[in-house]
Design a protein around this ligand. Structure first.
Ligand code: A2P
Length: 299
């Protein structure tokens, strides 16, 4: 299985990252150190996870050189107004204790008005002004690659229909046994857009059931690996980056080891994942009172 994918910029992004969403203060730093010790060189974070300072301190304490690390962060919904983009990045950089990011994503295709959770309709309908600011940050050297997150196909097309100077390098979306999104994956491959799988185990709500699926257990037994390793390997074999979250040292170590799956076992797991009705584990549309589902067709 690939250890890296090469982005349009030529940069190599490690296939397995530590995800730090829902990693609590006091836990996340230790998880980052365990991960770096175990060989991870990719940390997937975001401003809104509210743990960037602790992540930054752990990185510093680990002694791993900045140039050997891949750091991703994400622009929160309240900062989509063009004048707010660079200050938001600067805040993440300061918290992480670095002067550039390897990858900066628009966290959601939803813009809030500054300091509120009220939707900014114009910037939500058209994220191009926000994207142009991200392009400027690439020119300035503050971010090496830019991308999007939680964009469905129509929303990607809506953005890329503009005359972009920099194409999105990745789209980070929920991908797991319950919501494997085969159409989005196929379309993204055809269009040279790499997907990153968040909640790859099904997040804390579904992880137990994921690891208990017969097709997952079968792979684990046949290859002598753990169910989590079977699922994480499946993601990489599908051609996506995978961002498992754990704050448990043994799991952090376990999750970093991926194994090529025999085609027949891979196909059976893929078939089982895509046979049932998709079940999304993460969907804030109601909580944000959007009045529509952010993952439904648009515009
Ligand atoms: P914890 O952080 O307490 O170790 P996802 O990456 O899909 O969001 O899933 C994260 C959830 O899965 C967390 O609850 C995490 O628990 C749990 N988890 C992570 N790795 C493993 C593993 N190897 N085995 C079992 N559970 C795991």
């Amino acid at each position: 299985l690939p250890e890296h994918y090469t982005l349009p910029s030529g940069d190599k992004i490690p296939a397995v990252a530590l995800g730090v969403w829902q990693a609590s203060p006091g836990e996340v730093g230790a998880a980052v150190k365990t991960a770096l010790n175990a060989g991870y060189r990719h940390i997937d974070g975001a401003w809104i996870y509210r743990n960037e300072e602790e992540v930054g301190q752990a990185i510093k304490q680990s002694g791993v050189a900045r140039k050997d690390l891949w750091l991703t962060s994400k622009l929160w919904n309240t900062f989509h107004a063009p004048e707010d983009v660079e200050p938001a990045l600067d805040d993440s950089l300061a918290k992480l204790g670095t002067d550039y990011l390897d990858l900066y994503l628009i966290h959601w295709p939803v813009a809030f008005k500054k300091d509120t959770s009220e939707v900014d309709e114009a910037l939500t309908a058209d994220p191009y002004p926000t994207w142009q600011k991200l392009e400027e940050l690439v020119e300035k050297g503050k971010v090496r690659n830019i991308g999007i997150s939680n964009f469905n196909i129509p929303r990607v097309k809506n953005l890329t229909a503009n005359n972009l100077k920099v194409q999105p390098a990745v789209n980070q979306v929920e991908l797991n046994f319950w919501n494997p999104q085969p159409e989005l994956l196929a379309w993204s491959k055809e269009n040279g857009l790499l997907l990153e799988a968040y909640s790859p185990l099904g997040s804390n709500k579904q992880v137990k059931e994921t690891l208990n699926q017969p097709e997952v257990r079968k792979i684990a037994e046949t290859l002598g690996i753990t169910p989590a390793q079977a699922i994480i390997s499946w993601h990489v074999q599908r051609g996506t980056i995978v961002l498992p979250k754990s704050v448990t040292p043994s799991r952090v170590e376990e999750n970093f080891k991926v194994f090529p799956l025999p085609d027949d076992l891979f196909d059976k797991l893929e078939a089982a994942a895509t046979a049932h009705k998709p079940l999304r584990v993460v969907n804030p549309s109601k909580g944000w009172r959007l009045g529509y589902d952010v993952f439904d067709d648009y515009p």
